[in-house]
Design a protein around this ligand. Structure first.
Ligand code: GN1
Ligand code: MG
Length: 363
């Protein structure tokens, strides 16, 4: 791996001598490495090298074009703020193709990141960061964006892909997952409510992040302030509710996304309130009432949708999500189902909390 990383560093003309590297085990799609160079002045400088998964991102040029435009917009929106800065090769490209894979390099931002957190300040700050991201992109022209993964949060189409995988049963795993399928099929109408409203044109299309996991926010190590929202691969037109729901799914789960002890999985309502406060503080005045009315159900929808996606991948032999062990996608499916079931029981309270937070920040 070191040789490969050195070759990539050379393509990007990084100054200094390659001195260290480590893999950062974050994310289920791309491979990420922290690479350090020693400069002539004696100081060390670190970069993030990422190998883009081209099975998932079929058109990486378009992904990079989107990122270029969005980061430029963010820099103009709040000059002086930390943003992702991608490096360019000699011929002005922001990625290289090494014959097998696409690689990109961006600045390493000294910070802390979390895959789980019970810290209410962090959760509130994560909410604020994703809310502010929405706010920043409300002045960005959506027509400038490529749809890098079409129908990414189209829950109904995700169900259709699952139904196809069940019918084809390519690796013979359907018999094992009857209980999960049964639960997901009875939840279908409720989970697709949000997507039905989108299809009817009842909700505005905005420019959204679409992958609002807690580890996609970097925090200041000392004061827990959110520094920057990262992982801009899926910034596309979408519903504000997608970002809200996906974030809640990831941030207020009391267990990891692949917890095997389902007793530990639940939606923590106190953290939910913290997140909703953070998210709505910068946005409550720009979202429509109709949009905010969908925020509760969006948490259920996005959780079920991800269960559907994990299960589809499992039935297809795991081609999409990185699996650390056999059956990982099934474990993830069960965990998301457990979380969605808990949200169902708490939906009235979740809606009440959203309404209170929206009222508190509405001027
Ligand atoms: C993937 O790569 P990562 O971890 O940011 C996936 C998300 C899922 C998430 C679940 C492009 O995100 O949609 O919610 O896994 N990204 C893509 O952990 O499919
Ligand atoms: Mg991602």
């Amino acid at each position: 791996m070191q040789e490969k990383l050195m070759e990539i560093g050379t393509a990007f003309r990084l100054p200094g001598t390659f001195s260290a590297w480590e893999e950062l085990k974050v994310g289920n799609i791309n491979k990420t490495y922290k690479v350090t160079y020693a400069r002539e002045n004696g100081l060390e400088k670190a970069y993030i090298f990422q190998r883009v998964n081209t099975f998932v991102f079929k058109n990486p040029e378009q992904v990079m074009e989107n990122i270029e435009r969005v980061t430029q917009h963010l820099r103009e929106w709040r000059p002086g703020r930390v943003t992702l800065h991608y490096h360019h090769t000699r011929d002005g490209k922001n990625f290289v193709w090494d014959g097998d894979h696409i690689w990109r390099v961006f600045n390493f931002i000294p910070s802390a990141a979390f895959t789980e957190s019970r810290d209410e300040t962090l959760v509130r700050n994560a909410g604020y960061a994703f809310g502010e991201f929405q706010d920043a992109l409300s002045s960005f022209d959506a027509a400038l964006l490529h749809e890098t993964i079409p129908d990414f949060h189209h829950t109904l189409k995700r169900y259709q892909a699952l139904e196809k995988a069940v019918a084809e049963n390519p690796v013979g795993r359907v018999q094992e997952v009857e209980d999960e399928l049964k639960w997901l099929m009875q939840a279908k109408d409720e989970a697709c409510l949000l997507c039905d409203l989108m299809e009817k044109g009842d909700l505005p299309l905005r420019v959204t992040h679409n992958d609002t996991k807690v580890n996609n926010v970097l925090f200041d190590k000392k004061d827990k302030r959110a520094l920057v929202v990262i992982d801009l691969d899926t910034v596309m037109p979408g519903l504000a509710a997608n970002d809200f729901g996906d974030a809640v799914r990831s941030i207020v789960n009391t267990a990891a996304e692949d917890e095997t002890d389902l007793e530990k999985v639940s939606c923590d309502l106190h953290l939910f309130r913290c997140f909703a406060e953070g998210f709505l503080e910068p946005t409550a005045n720009s979202f429509t009432q109709k949009e905010m009315d969908t925020f509760g159900i969006s948490c259920f929808a996005l959780t079920v949708e991800l269960a559907v996606r994990f299960l589809t991948d499992y039935l297809q032999g795991d081609p999409y999500f990185y699996c650390a062990y056999p059956g990982h996608n099934l474990v993830r499916t069960r965990c998301q189902i457990a979380l969605a079931r808990d949200m169902q029981c708490k939906m009235d309270e979740m809606n009440r909390i959203i309404a209170e937070c929206a009222a508190a920040y509405h001027k």
